[in-house]
Design a protein around this ligand. Structure first.
Ligand SMILES: *Cc1c(COP(=O)(O)O)cnc(C)c1O
Length: 366
């Protein structure tokens, strides 16, 4: 089998022990299985520093986007309007979801290298009283920027609106006190910082607001309230659940705890990111973001001056030596991206830097 480590923002490199959990075929109707689902839901609330009954957790089949679409199309009602603060592709995807489903929205678009400003959100809320919800991304994986959810949450709460946060690429790797930051609906997925495999997303929800959304969903399978109602009874998923993924995720949560929880995982990721930026900068690659807004998950780099190779050439060279990278995604610049989440340690960053150094020498000599 082709073996390499993923320096991508998820799916990511998981432990052998997480992968081994998937060797069991579990019955979805079985009590043991339902208990696993309930334990996962409880643990996710703990990680978000919230408790029942103010908050509740819902798991939703599909990739992360299914979770975002579930929330936007289930909790923003037909007479509501959502303000989307976007500074990258995932923020813009929220607008696309709304366009498709006929959810009324207004877009506040910020440049990819800048964070959406809380003052600007406050000003839009003041000038457009029709807005009932505000949605934004925490870690914009497009560039690697870490947005200020806490500051925006404050103005959203002051205005008495509902706050939706796509924390897909940060939850589990960055501390997010969901209640303190005024988040009503937080979405993340199995295959990012919790280090599970792809197959479902999850939502930490303000229980009262979730209950108020009953009957509001525009989709059957993505109906967040219905999904919750079924799951809340005894842990049974509404439709077939990704059993192997669920077992792997339960194990991944235990391993997160064993590592020392979110603070320890955050420290490992932040250290990886710092080394990565230092090492690649020394080779002539240029980090796209100002360190003040750079997040600890993924870094966008520009190519060294006079670089005479394609991303594809560099990608293939590195892949043959045990690692894979991501192409760039920001609109304003020619970049590529290196993720440092998953089972990635300083030795991997050193190894990547060494491979890149040799690659640069070889292309220069060619
Ligand atoms: C990964 C990710 C998503 C979800 O992407 P899927 O491909 O649907 O899993 C959404 N938002 C952000 C910020 C992400 O990093």
């Amino acid at each position: 089998m082709n073996q390499y480590k993923l320096l991508t923002p998820g799916p990511l490199t998981t432990t052998e022990t997480v992968k081994q959990e998937m060797l069991v075929d579990h019955c979805t109707w079985d009590d043991d299985y339902k208990k696993i689902t309930q334990t996962i839901r409880r643990t996710l609330l703990e990680l978000g520093q919230v408790t029942e009954p103010q908050y509740t957790a819902v798991l939703m089949q599909g990739s992360g986007t299914f979770g975002v679409e579930s929330v936007l199309t289930s909790v923003v009602g037909r007479n509501d309007k959502v303000l989307i603060a976007a500074n990258g592709a995932y923020g813009l995807r929220m607008a696309e979801i709304c366009r498709h489903a006929g959810v009324d929205f207004v877009l506040y678009e910020q440049e990819n290298f800048k964070i959406p400003e809380a003052d600007k959100v406050a000003a839009i809320l003041a000038s457009d009283p029709a807005v009932t919800h505000v949605a934004m991304v925490h870690g914009e994986t497009t560039s690697g920027i870490l947005n200020d959810v806490q500051a925006v949450g404050q103005v959203v709460k002051q205005a008495g609106k509902t706050f939706i946060v796509d924390a897909m690429s940060t939850f589990g790797g960055v501390e997010i006190p969901v209640g303190d930051w005024g988040i009503d609906f937080l979405i993340s997925s199995a295959n990012k910082c919790i280090q599970g495999v792809p197959g479902f997303s999850f939502v930490l929800a303000n229980r009262e607001k979730l209950i108020a959304s009953a009957g509001c969903a525009r989709s059957l399978s993505l109906d967040l309230y219905d999904q919750w109602k079924t799951m809340e009874t005894d842990g049974k998923w509404r439709f077939t659940s990704p059993t192997h993924v669920v077992l792997a995720f339960a194990r991944a949560l235990e391993e997160l705890k064993a590592e020392g929880g979110i603070p320890a995982r955050h420290a490992r990721y932040a250290n990886n990111q710092k080394r990565l930026a230092e090492k690649l900068s020394a080779l002539g690659f240029t980090p796209y973001l100002d360190p003040a807004v750079q997040g600890p998950i993924i870094t966008s780099f520009g190519y060294p001056k006079g670089a005479d190779f394609t991303f594809r050439q560099m990608y293939d060279y590195i892949k043959a030596r045990g690692y894979v990278l991501y192409p760039g995604k920001v609109m304003e610049a020619d970049t590529f991206r290196v993720g440092n989440i998953g089972e990635i340690y300083p030795a991997d960053i050193e190894a990547l830097a060494t491979i890149l150094e040799t690659f640069l020498k070889e292309v220069a000599a060619a």
